[in-house]
Every structure is written in C-alpha cells, then in structure tokens.
Design a protein around this ligand. Structure first.
Ligand code: PMP
Length: 326
C-alpha cells in the first residue's frame, strides 16, 4: 500500500514479486526512515496455515513507525496484508519440522527529496520466503562475542524499535565477531557497559539452578532492547511450567561468576528466526568462558519444544496465539 500526507493509505494490492522502482533521492535510502517486522507462518496438521501472534507484530510495527515519525499502518490492515500474502503463497508454506514461511513486512519513506525531515509519502510492503532452520548446524550451542567497543542502543535512541538503522550499525561488530570465530554479538548497556542487553537479533535468557526449581532471568525492557515476541511468549510458557521468571538487570560479572560457581546452568537466545538457540562459548576481552557442557541444556530444550509444539499445532493453542490464515 502507499501513503500520501492528506490522503492516508491507498492502493493496497497483491502483486507478483518484482523489483521496486525508486527515485534516486528516495528519502529512506538517505536517512534510513525505514522499519520492518519478522514473523512466520506454520503449516498446521489439519492442512490449514497459521501465523503466530501477528497482532503483537502489528503493534510493534506501529510503535516503530511512531518512533521514526511515520504514519502507522492500522493494526488490522497490517494483519490483513500478511493474511492476504500467506493465503496467496499457501502452496509455498513448507511442511516438516522447523520449516516455515518467513514473512517480512516493512515500511519506508518513499518521497523523493534530500533533507532531514519526515517524508510525506510512504510504501508499506510485505514479502515472504520459505525458511528452514536459522542455524544450519541445528540446535547446537552458538558462540558469542561480548562487545566492549560497540553499543547497539543508547537511552533515548531507537534500540527498542525495529528500524533499519539499528541493524546497519550492527554489521561491523558482527563482522568482527565472525572474524574471531563467534556466531553472534552480545551487546551491553550503553551507560555502565556492565549489563547484558541482547544479541543482534535475539533476546537472552539465563537459567539459574536446575530441575523443577530452575529459575529464569532475562534482561528487563529498559528501553534499549527490542521487546521480542518470542521473549514474551517464553516468559509466559516458563511461568506456566512453574518456573520463576525475573525481568531484571543481569551483569556480565553475574553471568561469568554464575557459570564458574555452577549457579548459572544454561543460557539461551530466542527470536522468531532462530526460535531458541543455546549459548555455549563466550568470548570477551576480559576472559572467555563456556556455559554448560557444550550440549543444549534441559530447560532450553523443554521450552523450545513447548513453543514449537504450539507454533506447529502439535498441542492445543490454549492462549489463542495462533492466527488461522488459510
Ligand atoms: N532483538 C532484536 C534486536 C531483534 O531484531 C529480534 C528479532 N525481531 C529480536 C530481539 C527477537 O524478537 P522476536 O522474538 O519478536 O522475533
């Protein structure tokens, strides 16, 4: 769909995937007035297709739009657009474990002008592609690099919304982490550089203790990390299983010390793309350490199965998280 100031949203349509024609002075290309979302559609056992909590993506998209001074897409129009695309692509929704259709809604300032002000014209698009497992090695612990040089988000910035610029700034840290043999970057808070925030595209959880008494800690939504929908879902699932989940600040020292004395038993990352992935090796200038024994921890796997069971329709959806599309 298109937006023009004074007219609102218009020209909503479903078209074949094709290159976009953009004016060379298109605002988004110069000033990054551009936001996006990521969600998935899952083939259900009864032959239907469902998305997972799309209303949460719609709400986050509208929040991202407001932070970037863009007109929000009405939340029902966002969901209707995703539904229309999934319905049109229903033959492309793969079946099988971990196979999904990844959906990417995005909005960009399409007005052609050079100058730093909010645009008066926008494009809202949704594209999709079949996706397999995010990490080709399967559920193996990923290695992470603690970023002490780069900050992902600072108070008052755009770190708690999903805008293109956040990811542009993360490319160099990611490249440097890869050169050091690490899969992902762990970002710390901008002020004290002590507290763990998240990975470049995933939220983090720490497991304290083990068995039925295991507790979970995840960094609180301080305004500088993305409120992940997977994060939110896992908090709910873990509490239903009887585990205490605390959202609070969690420092690198507490992580390292906890791993050393055995109180921190597991660490995992979560997000739409990777679902849940255990964290193993941690590299840091202040000293490397390894979480667990190199295999995925029991609570990590239990939560992963529990979430995948809901998404793939293998258990009853008691929370109304699945949205039937086709
Ligand atoms: N943090 C960041 C920076 C992300 O890009 C993502 C992916 N959207 C997440 C966390 C996880 O969010 P979600 O569970 O909604 O995919």
């Amino acid at each position: 769909a298109r937006y023009r100031a004074g007219e609102g949203w218009y020209d909503a349509r479903l078209t074949a995937y094709a290159p976009l024609q953009l004016d060379p002075s298109t605002a988004a290309l110069h000033y990054a007035q551009s936001i996006f979302e990521g969600l998935k559609a899952y083939a259900q056992p009864d032959g239907s297709v469902a998305t997972f909590r799309p209303e949460a993506n719609a709400a986050r998209f509208a929040r991202s739009a407001r932070r970037l001074a863009m007109p929000p897409v009405p939340e029902d129009a966002f969901i209707a657009a995703v539904d229309a695309l999934v319905d049109a692509d229903r033959d492309w929704v793969p079946t099988g474990p971990d196979q999904t259709l990844y959906i990417r809604p995005y909005q960009l300032a399409s007005e052609p002008f050079l100058g730093v002000r909010p645009a008066s014209e926008y494009l809202f698009l949704v594209i999709a592609s079949p996706a397999g497992a995010y990490f080709p090695r399967g559920v193996h612990p990923v290695s992470v690099y603690l970023s002490e040089d780069y900050i992902r988000a600072a108070p008052g910035g755009t770190g708690d919304v999903k805008c293109a610029g956040n990811y542009a700034a993360s490319l160099l840290p990611q490249q440097e982490a890869s050169a050091l043999g690490c899969d992902q970057v762990v970002y710390l808070d901008a002020v004290e550089k002590k507290f763990i925030e998240e990975l470049g595209g995933m939220n983090l959880f720490f497991v304290l203790g083990s068995g039925d008494d295991a507790e979970l800690v995840t960094p609180e939504l301080s305004g500088t990390l993305l409120p992940g929908i997977t994060r939110d879902s896992l908090i709910e699932l873990a509490r239903t299983m009887g585990h205490t989940v605390t959202e609070r600040r969690f420092s690198v020292d507490e992580w390292r010390q906890g791993v050393a004395d055995g109180t921190v038993t597991e660490t995992f990352a979560c997000g739409t793309a990777a679902v849940i992935t255990p964290v193993g090796q941690v590299k840091a200038r202040t000293g490397d350490f390894v979480v667990g024994d190199g295999t995925p921890g029991p609570l990590t796997m239990k939560l992963r199965e529990s979430l995948l069971d809901i998404q793939h329709g293998r258990v009853a959806d008691t929370r109304g998280w699945l949205h039937r599309v086709a």
